[in-house]
Design a protein around this ligand. Structure first.
Ligand SMILES: *[C@@H]1O[C@H](CO)[C@@H](O)[C@H](O)[C@H]1NC(C)=O
Ligand SMILES: *[C@@H]1O[C@H](CO)[C@@H](O)[C@H](O)[C@H]1NC(C)=O
Ligand SMILES: *[C@@H]1O[C@H](CO)[C@@H](O)[C@H](O)[C@H]1NC(C)=O
Ligand SMILES: *[C@@H]1O[C@H](CO)[C@@H](O)[C@H](O)[C@H]1NC(C)=O
Ligand SMILES: *[C@@H]1O[C@H](CO)[C@@H](O)[C@H](O)[C@H]1NC(C)=O
Ligand SMILES: *[C@@H]1O[C@H](CO)[C@@H](O)[C@H](O)[C@H]1NC(C)=O
Length: 519
């Protein structure tokens, strides 16, 4: 009965014709993607009518594009010719039908780079919730060319063509809209990231936030991703851990909060998610995350008629800390899987990605719970270095912390030398942040359960850390670093490089035979 009614309403609506309008996320003050991509502009109209989209500056029309309203979907779409950065422009859409011509106008439009920011609550945390919030909020007016937009929290069982609701329409930043509330808008990581990019690039940046706290990666994944990782059917209906406060059904956020955006041309994506998956399908994250990246890339490329790059840059934040006294290794495993088990990004399975390490940014007394550290400045700073190097090709820019290139085990003296690819900044010596796994067996092939024992740091030179392994009289088979949920105090991990980028956690074969080959 209800279904029939709904159908009737839909039929009546379509008989009357769809109102001529832009799609939900086109609005005044927006940033459209600049060249080399052409910006996609689309909307709804009367089936069969033709639509002219013109771009004008100082009341002079500089471009016109024509489209036809599709019979079935009642949508029209144009791809603007690639534009250099700048503005302001107006975008005028005119519908020519039997009725009076109708005009729609978007004002104060700029061309620049558009970034999508997604994930869970650490992406949602707003500028009002972070350290030095009032200072950051008071600086909002200094960045009128960084424009912000936030999608509402909506879930759907089917793929939606457009956003059902918007929390923050395209806006010029103000203290009010950057610090609207707790976990609402605007995302601090997204904002600070965009602000850094603006300072580097000096042209407009558009930030689209579409994130939801307490959500698992499965909810953000299309059916293709779930299938690839064996999460279809019963495997997709899982027992739910308590940390998942957001929607839990697979694909519902992909459907409602990502799919509608596919037609928008953009530069790249940043992602801060994974806490929920420390408690759900943890050891599948090395499949789901690389698969989600690949799937979003091909979907955004197709949805934008090829304007969004097929291998667009994808940045992410490696998880920070949650429980000081965790009795399990869920967080270290998720951090590792966030890198497709390589320890760093980009890597072979995750090309054109970049990672901000946050393992040293703990915040035990955060009023939002220790899972929500308030230092988002360092997160965004590290993330923007990755974007500059990977997305913008800035040569020679150091954007990753030191990572080992060689391990030498001196069994006779019970010493291990770990050599790093960068010059080290040693902040402190630590007696259990490095651990080794000893084996009695000469054959390393069978992955026997490890008895991990601490290997205290005994000395360090510019590139090498020397560890002692007194507890390991036999062969050292594996070595790991910072393999704990809460390995160090704030800004006090032992190893950084001179740019203050922390050495990321790792677990590797002590002979360095695996872990690199596939990376
Ligand atoms: C808008 O509509 C009017 C009336 O049809 C038309 O004359 C005008 O050229 C249209 N375009 C703009 C940019 O105003
Ligand atoms: C946000 O959370 C903080 C800490 O719990 C609280 O003091 C503040 O009142 C909250 N703000 C809003 C707008 O709810
Ligand atoms: C993911 O990690 C698990 C657990 O370590 C491992 O068994 C599996 O082979 C890994 N899968 C991939 C695709 O790397
Ligand atoms: C937007 O992209 C989706 C996915 O490629 C496509 O199905 C849809 O038709 C596009 N919408 C418009 C208005 O072109
Ligand atoms: C907060 O502000 C103080 C004073 O300007 C500064 O020293 C500190 O680095 C800031 N903290 C962060 C995380 O940005
Ligand atoms: C380990 O490193 C130290 C200090 O750099 C060096 O003196 C020592 O010879 C190295 N040992 C091995 C086995 O490479």
């Amino acid at each position: 009965m209800a279904a029939c009614l709904l159908l009737l309403v839909l039929m009546l609506a379509s008989a009357e014709g769809v109102t001529f309008r832009f799609a939900s996320y086109y609005g005044d003050h927006m940033v459209l993607q600049k060249k080399p991509a052409g910006a996609v502009v689309w909307g709804y109209g009367e089936a069969g009518a033709s639509v002219t989209v013109s771009l004008s500056k100082d009341s002079k029309v500089i471009m016109k594009k024509m489209a036809q309203v599709e019979e079935y979907s009642e949508t029209w779409k144009v791809v603007l010719a690639p534009m250099g950065h700048g503005g302001p422009y107006s975008v005028i859409a005119e519908q020519h039908s039997r009725e009076e011509p109708k005009n729609l106008t978007l004002r104060d439009i700029y061309f620049g780079d558009v970034w999508l920011c997604s994930g869970q609550s650490n992406m949602e945390m707003t500028v009002s919730q972070i350290i030095n919030a009032s200072k950051e909020l008071s600086e909002a007016p200094l960045y009128p060319y960084v424009r912000v937009f936030t999608a509402s929290l909506i879930q759907s069982e089917v793929e939606l063509q457009d956003l059902a609701k918007i929390d923050l329409e395209w806006s010029i930043p103000t203290a009010e809209n950057l610090g609207h509330g707790n976990f609402s808008y605007f995302s601090a990581v997204c904002w600070l990231f965009g602000r850094h990019l603006y300072e580097t690039l000096r042209y407009p940046i558009g930030l689209v936030e579409s994130s939801w706290g307490g959500t698992c990666i499965e909810a953000w994944s299309s059916g293709r991703v779930l299938q690839e990782c064996g999460l279809t059917g019963d495997a997709g209906r899982f027992l739910l851990p308590p940390l998942l406060s957001g929607p839990k059904v697979p694909s519902v956020l992909w459907n409602a909060m990502i799919h509608p955006l596919l037609n928008m041309s953009l530069t790249g994506v940043i992602w801060y998610q994974g806490e929920a998956n420390a408690f759900l399908n943890t050891d599948l994250y090395n499949c789901t995350f690389p698969a989600l990246i690949a799937d979003w890339r091909s979907a955004f490329h197709a949805g934008s008629d090829g304007q969004t790059q097929p291998l667009f840059p994808f940045g992410f934040v490696q998880l920070s800390t949650f429980r000081r006294q965790a009795r399990d290794d869920r967080f270290p495993r998720i951090r590792w899987h966030q890198t497709a088990d390589c320890g760093h990004a980009p890597n072979k399975r995750m090309p054109n990605t970049f990672m901000a390490v946050a393992v040293d940014l703990c915040d035990e007394h955060s009023p939002y719970g220790s899972i929500h550290p308030r230092d988002k400045q360092n997160v965004a700073y590290r993330l923007h270095l990755g974007a500059r190097a990977v997305a913008y090709g800035e040569r020679g820019l150091v954007f990753q912390g030191p990572y080992p290139t060689k391990v030498v085990v001196d069994g006779a003296r019970g010493l291990i030398n770990v050599t790093y690819g960068q010059e080290l900044l040693l902040l402190l010596m630590h007696d259990h942040i490095f651990e080794v796994c000893c084996s009695h067996r000469p054959q390393l092939s069978a992955p026997e359960p490890c008895q991990w024992v601490p290997a205290p740091m005994v000395s360090a030179s510019s590139h090498t850390v020397t560890l002692s392994s007194p507890g390991c009289r036999d062969a050292v088979t594996r070595l790991r670093y910072a393999w704990a949920e809460w390995p160090c105090e704030y800004s006090q991990c032992p190893l950084y490089n001179k740019h203050l980028l922390p050495a990321p956690p790792f677990v590797i074969d002590a002979a360095l035979k695996t872990g690199w080959a596939n990376c």
